[in-house]
Design a protein around this ligand. Structure first.
Ligand SMILES: Cc1cc2nc3c(=O)[nH]c(=O)nc-3n(C[C@H](O)[C@H](O)[C@H](O)COP(=O)(O)OP(=O)(O)OC[C@H]3O[C@@H](n4cnc5c(N)ncnc54)[C@H](O)[C@@H]3O)c2cc1C
Length: 824
């Protein structure tokens, strides 16, 4: 039997794998009759229009984070599986002769023809849509053309809210707020009238909306949906669906030609074309089984999906829009955690039907697996507080039936995973992935797989993520010991794969902690940083940035105050005194940052690292210099500490405070390290913080001299940097420490582990290597080049950023308030 597959995308690839595994392993699940298992006489040819073998299109966006073709590639087909013809497109089908003609004119005969040609991105027919600078987003070639970072994007959406097909208005509102915070300007309910172009060059200059608005842009990316690539089928007379797609029955066979099959996004089954990989995989399995004489039928499509939209979790599952008769909706919209959750339950509230999660979708896989199962508790408990966030309570993996599907991309049930664990096939997530394929699609079920391993009593490592088998602290020791200075070297020597948004910033932070002298924007480190670090400034909700120079201890001369005032006036910046006793200047555009910082650096200011996981400020009261109650010079000490620790990168932000007497006007006990003057010296408190979960710091030493105090804070900070988990504040680090503050004291005061000399040395190296990050940018044209709004028009301001006046200062224009933003 000659099988010819047109299209080597994700589904075509899976089809070949399934066919091969059935031919070689005697079938799967007894579906295929044994007499059909012999592969003799079955030959498979695959035509691939793309010049490369199939790759993980779902993970395409990771290309922007540095993934390359090789890391996205799916397992290679060997010649025994198929004759893969790369760069060969099918041009026409002659069904009568059972022959496909390629674009090179070659004729290839078939007994069975499988169409797996996927979709193409739909581009609305607006004028100018094909001008230079317009792009789509489907293949690696598209992304090669788009590989540009540091832009200020706008999203134009026709629907009244984002992702209208997947989520509801409430979720869409929160999503718009969250992506808005990342510097993306969202225009919902907006119709694109035309793409505007430069009359001279013909290049894109922006987009004109029907309401008269013009959005200036150097690039336009169309992401307006997909259409099945069914042209070959149409031309040879195969029926297609009303919205496109080759019409097939539940066996994936064409309804009019028994020798033609269609699978994946090009198929129209039950009147519907599916734009997700899981239904495509199910079709691949069905067609492979049927071709070998099996009885499989398409099991139906689970259209649940979890996506990361610009880093924001968005998920919908089951009957997300509550279309079931009498369905009830339980909604939790938490503006503090910035999470939106909706569960749809049956009219008697006994069965979960579906739901929507935005901002935090950590419970997605669990909740999706519970759809259709009886609810054993109040549904709101599943999406409130700890339940939705950390899985501490509410939905428990133990409560799921064995038949619950944990991985919907590969249709893997809880029972199958447990069998793999109990049978000793797998003892960790990579092992489970290898033997069941679960977690190898969109990856959203990986947290549930971890919970399953834990509930089965398999000890879980503290690995940072699946790319590194060690904890952050262990990785830091390895990097320090081996003297490694790049992420590439770390992952090549001590990790696997290409990294992710957990391990990349963690490694970036470790490298910055260990090598204060290396600039964080140089080499590949620039791409590892998050948005704020990448621009050495905090991005604000309207896409502008804040400028926060260091004001050590909160002490500032009138001359420097004057410079801040002049800069703010000249650049039209909003000014505000911060809680950390410095002055924020808000509203700077990306391309203005270097000019602003040039003025500030010339006047003696430095970066305040308000954007970094690093020392922020050391706050002080006026102390004995001015205050009648002060017993020590708190300002002098605060300045000394702030200058000593400036630029020190750490697992999370670090704040300090120094109070000149027990009245505690500097609120030092709410800081990571807080110092309070006594008659005889200084008391040191550690592990405090304000914020969402306030905690008072613990007393570590009493009546220390200035030198003793500084030595102990040095060790405290380096010990924290070396041993904390990623994004762990000092408070939770101490709480999680075996022996808590007593152990900490024994290590950094009594030197019980004999490491104090090494801690002291590390801090001395940091102090010696420190250089102001902003001065270093201004001195280097390569670093300066990263501060432009438009790649094709360096220095051009973004015309969409507009302001209005409030209480005598400029603030973002009301257009921004159309966005349903929540407080941070
Ligand atoms: C950016 C992005 C993110 C996505 N995220 C998700 C997600 O999170 N979850 C999810 O479930 N899905 C996601 N998808 C969708 C998912 O990638 C698709 O559902 C899946 O790739 C469909 O597989 P397919 O094989 O049917 O089509 P494709 O992967 O598109 O493969 C079709 C192949 O056929 C080739 N071809 C077409 N015509 C011919 C011809 N005449 N001759 C030879 N070859 C031809 C094409 O070049 C292509 O290589 C995403 C898609 C994109 C683009």
């Amino acid at each position: 039997m000659k099988v010819l597959v047109i299209g080597h995308g994700m589904v075509g690839h899976r089809f070949v794998e399934m066919l091969h595994s059935r031919l070689t392993s005697g079938g799967s699940g007894g579906v295929v009759p044994p007499e059909r298992h012999r592969g003799d006489g079955v030959s498979v040819t695959v035509l691939s229009e793309e010049p490369r073998p199939a790759y993980d299109r779902v993970a395409l966006s990771s290309f922007f984070d540095g993934a390359d073709e090789e890391t996205l590639r799916l397992p290679e087909l060997d010649p025994g599986q198929a004759d893969l013809r790369l760069g060969v497109a099918a041009a026409s089908i002659d069904r009568h002769r059972q022959v496909v003609v390629t674009s090179a004119g070659e004729e290839i005969g078939y007994d069975e023809l499988v169409l797996a040609t996927g979709s193409y991105p739909f581009v609305p027919p607006v004028a100018g849509h094909d001008a230079p600078g317009c792009f789509v987003y489907r293949t690696l070639e598209d992304l090669e053309a788009l590989r540009l970072l540091g832009l200020a994007p706008h999203v134009v959406e026709l629907a009244p809210h984002l992702m209208a097909a997947q989520i509801d208005e409430g979720g869409g509102a929160l999503l718009a707020g969250l992506v808005g915070d990342l510097g993306v300007t969202v225009h919902c309910g907006a119709t694109t009238e035309r793409v505007t172009t430069d009359p001279g060059t013909g290049r894109v200059t922006g987009v004109a909306l029907a309401d008269g608005t013009h959005i200036g842009a150097g690039l336009v990316v169309f992401a307006a949906g997909i259409r099945p690539r069914d042209q070959l089928a149409r031309v040879c007379g195969l029926p297609t669906g009303p919205r496109g797609g080759v019409v097939v029955d539940e066996t994936c066979r064409s309804v009019t030609d028994p020798h033609v099959w269609a699978i994946g996004e090009v198929a129209c089954l039950g009147g519907q074309a599916f734009g997700l990989v899981a239904p495509g995989y199910a079709m691949a399995e069905t067609a492979a089984d049927r071709l070998l004489g099996g009885q499989a039928t398409f099991p139906g499509a689970d259209l649940s999906a979890k996506l990361k939209l610009l880093g924001v979790d968005v998920a919908s599952f089951g009957d997300a829009k509550a279309r079931t008769q009498g369905a009830l909706e339980v909604v939790v919209n938490d503006p503090v955690r910035r999470a939106y959750g909706k569960l749809v339950v049956s009219d008697d509230a006994t069965t979960l039907l579906g739901g929507i999660l935005v901002g935090d979708a950590s419970q997605y896989a669990m909740l999706r697996a519970m759809v259709g199962a009886p609810l054993s508790e109040d549904p709101s408990a599943l999406i409130t507080g700890g339940s939705i966030r950390s899985g501490e309570k509410g939905a428990g993996v133990g409560a799921l039936p064995d038949a619950a599907q944990i991985c919907s991309c590969n249709a893997v049930t809880k029972g199958r995973l447990l069998a793999a664990i109990d049978g000793g096939e797998a003892a960790d997530v990579p092992g489970l992935k290898a033997c069941t394929r679960a977690g190898t699609g969109c990856g959203s079920c990986v947290p549930t797989m971890k919970q399953l391993l834990e509930s089965a009593g398999v000890e879980q490592s503290r690995a940072i993520c699946e790319h590194f088998a060690m904890s952050r602290a262990e990785l830091l020791q390895i990097i320090a010991g081996a003297g490694i200075r790049t992420f590439t070297e770390v992952i090549e020597r001590h990790g696997r794969g290409r990294g992710c948004d957990l391990c990349k910033p963690a490694v970036a932070s470790i490298l910055a902690s260990l090598h204060s002298g290396d600039h964080i924007l140089d080499g590949e480190r620039g791409a590892l940083q998050d948005t704020n670090d990448r621009h050495l400034a905090n991005m604000q909700r309207n896409g502008t940035y804040s400028v926060v120079p260091r004001v050590p201890g909160g002490e500032i001369t009138p001359a420097k105050l004057k410079v801040l005032a002049e800069v703010a006036e000249d650049f039209g910046l909003y000014t505000k005194i911060t809680g950390g006793q410095r002055i924020d200047l808000f509203g700077a555009r990306l391309e203005q940052l270097p000019r602003i910082w040039k003025r500030l650096v010339d006047a003696g200011f430095e970066s305040g690292h308000a954007y970094g996981k690093a020392l922020r400020t050391v706050k002080s009261c006026v102390g004995s210099t001015w205050c009648r109650y002060g017993v020590q010079d708190s300002v002098g000490l605060a300045i000394e500490l702030e200058l000593r620790y400036r630029g020190l990168r750490s697992p999370h932000k670090v704040k300090g405070g120094v109070s000149g007497c027990a009245r505690e006007c500097a609120e030092a006990r709410s800081k990571d390290f807080g110092v309070i003057a006594t008659e005889h010296g200084w008391n040191l408190y550690v592990g405090g913080n304000g914020g969402f979960r306030p905690r008072h710091a613990d007393l570590l030493v009493q009546d220390a001299s200035r030198e003793e105090l500084i030595a102990i804070i040095d060790r405290f900070l380096i010990f924290y940097i070396r041993t904390a988990d990623r994004l762990q504040r000092t408070a939770s680090w101490i709480e999680a420490m075996d022996g808590g503050p007593t152990h900490l004291r024994s290590v950094i005061v009594d030197d019980s582990l004999g490491i104090c000399a090494s801690l002291d040395e590390a801090m001395a190296a940091h102090v010696a290597q420190y250089r102001d990050e902003w001065r270093a940018v201004l001195e280097d044209p390569g670093r300066l080049a990263k501060f432009t709004s438009f790649v094709n028009a360096p220095g051009a301001p973004d015309p969409m950023i507009t302001f209005t006046e409030e209480r005598g200062q400029l603030v973002p224009a009301p257009a921004r308030s159309l966005l349903p933003l929540e407080p941070k």
